[in-house]
Design a protein around this ligand. Structure first.
Ligand SMILES: Cc1cc2nc3c(=O)[nH]c(=O)nc-3n(C[C@H](O)[C@H](O)[C@H](O)COP(=O)(O)OP(=O)(O)OC[C@H]3O[C@@H](n4cnc5c(N)ncnc54)[C@H](O)[C@@H]3O)c2cc1C
Length: 395
């Protein structure tokens, strides 16, 4: 049995960031990952999985030295965001316009491929002498023993640690082995993703239009194209996936009110089922959940991985205050849970409410929405407060 201070299960973006935070402090960290990303970052392509990264997440990535590992040409900053309802034209005064310049900031955030963030973090981990990566391996069993947890891997090896961090995503095996229940529901929506070429420049602006089946977003990519995230009913999503290129481009053009002119080309397409999921507890003695293992949220506000990075920051802060032997103490871990649960619930509740509000298709709700959006535009302090909150990424 090999001894560690911490075992992190899952080397996705969130688990890797956690391993980097603790590895930098010289703690002995084992990272267990079932499937490392394949492929070549220099393949000249932009992967379909991209994320809007908040300024707060950028700071965390900078602190662990990962931001510096991302090729700056592949980071796409966005300074503005336009959000509007299906009932109003994109040039209407009722379009909600967020502008980083209004609060004296250079940008609202950045669009980056998930695989580049993950690779940048893995390069940090490889450079840390106290971090060991076990891959391809998955966790088979967890047993609590003497104020530590023994972790049995599927290849038979055993690791022991004061603290096990479950960062193994929405279908977390760690959560299941710790018998932590979840609450939530399926949105009966799928997100169709692709990248499109448009006749007009995106001008480093993100767009989101709310349709009755769900929102469609255009996120600016570094090669001039825009990433499409179209949340819609499962049946409609399947239909969109099956369309010929030309018909699909016309559908995106219509759905986005041709805000970027003609859609002239689309990349391959994929779809992801959407759900809201929240772990009833984030902690057990010697065990903690972070990222999607603790909470999965609708992508409409682009906050999922940002909430995960905020978990990492908070867990790092509470553990900094204690001795290594106390890392797994429930009283320490509860401090993390209290703070992150309330922040995550607030964000999940707001995102869920937005999704419901815009899907409600009655004239009264439609009118109320328009009045709300128009008022929102006319109250700069409220708008600026919301921009600042979004930039903090749920912290
Ligand atoms: C369409 C779409 C768009 C999105 N856009 C955004 C956005 O713009 N901004 C944003 O902030 N968020 C966005 N999100 C959410 C974001 O992608 C997730 O929140 C994020 O990927 C979660 O990261 P994670 O590391 O917690 O989990 P995951 O990415 O799921 O990583 C979990 C890791 O654990 C490994 N693993 C799983 N089981 C085991 C096991 N038993 N043993 C060992 N390893 C295991 C997996 O292989 C994986 O590497 C979006 C989501 C979707 C679906």
């Amino acid at each position: 049995m090999s001894d560690y201070d911490i075992v992190v299960v899952g080397a996705g973006m969130v688990g890797s960031a956690a391993a980097a935070v603790f590895g930098q402090r010289g703690l002995r960290v084992a990272v267990v990952e079932a499937r490392m990303p394949q492929g070549d970052l220099n393949d000249g392509k932009i992967d379909l999985r991209v994320s809007a990264i908040s300024r707060a997440s950028q700071e965390l990535l900078q602190q662990v030295g990962a931001w510096q590992n991302i090729d700056s040409k592949t980071i796409s900053p966005y300074g503005e965001m336009r959000v509007w309802d299906a009932d109003v034209p994109p040039e209407s005064a009722d379009v909600v316009h967020f502008d980083a310049a209004d609060i004296g900031e250079p940008e609202l955030g950045f669009i980056i491929e998930n695989r580049r963030i993950q690779d940048a973090l893995h390069r940090c981990l490889n450079a840390l002498p106290s971090v060991v990566l076990f891959t391809p391996c998955s966790v088979e069993d967890l047993t609590r023993c003497d104020d530590a947890i023994a972790v049995r891997l599927d290849d038979g090896r055993k690791l022991k640690a004061r603290l096990v961090i479950g960062a193994d995503g929405a279908r977390s095996r760690t959560r299941e082995l710790a018998a932590i229940a979840t609450r939530g529901w399926s949105y009966e929506q799928k997100a169709v993703v692709t990248h499109v070429t448009t006749s007009n420049s995106h001008r480093e602006t993100a767009y989101q239009r709310f349709l009755t089946d769900g929102p469609i977003a255009l996120l600016p990519l570094y090669d001039g194209r825009s990433s499409v995230v179209w949340s819609t009913t499962p049946g409609h999503a399947d239909e969109l996936l099956a369309l010929e290129q030309e018909s699909f481009c016309r559908r995106v053009e219509e759905a986005t009110d041709a805000v970027l002119g003609r859609v002239t080309h689309s990349d391959r397409r994929a779809a992801f089922p959407l759900q809201l999921l929240h772990a009833v507890d984030y902690v057990r003695p010697n065990l903690v959940l972070i990222g999607d293992a603790a909470h999965a949220v609708h992508p409409l506000a682009g906050q999922g991985v940002n909430l995960g990075f905020a978990d990492v920051r908070k867990l790092g802060d509470v553990c900094r205050e204690v001795d290594t032997l106390e890392l797994g103490d429930l009283s320490v871990l509860r401090r993390y849970e209290r703070e992150r649960k309330s922040e995550n619930l607030l964000m999940m509740g707001s995102v869920d409410a937005l999704n419901r509000l815009f899907r409600a298709d009655t004239p009264l709700v439609g009118r109320a929405r328009q009045v709300g959006m128009s008022l929102f535009n006319r109250i700069p302090p409220l708008k600026h407060a919301i921009i600042r909150r979004a930039m903090k990424g749920g912290q």
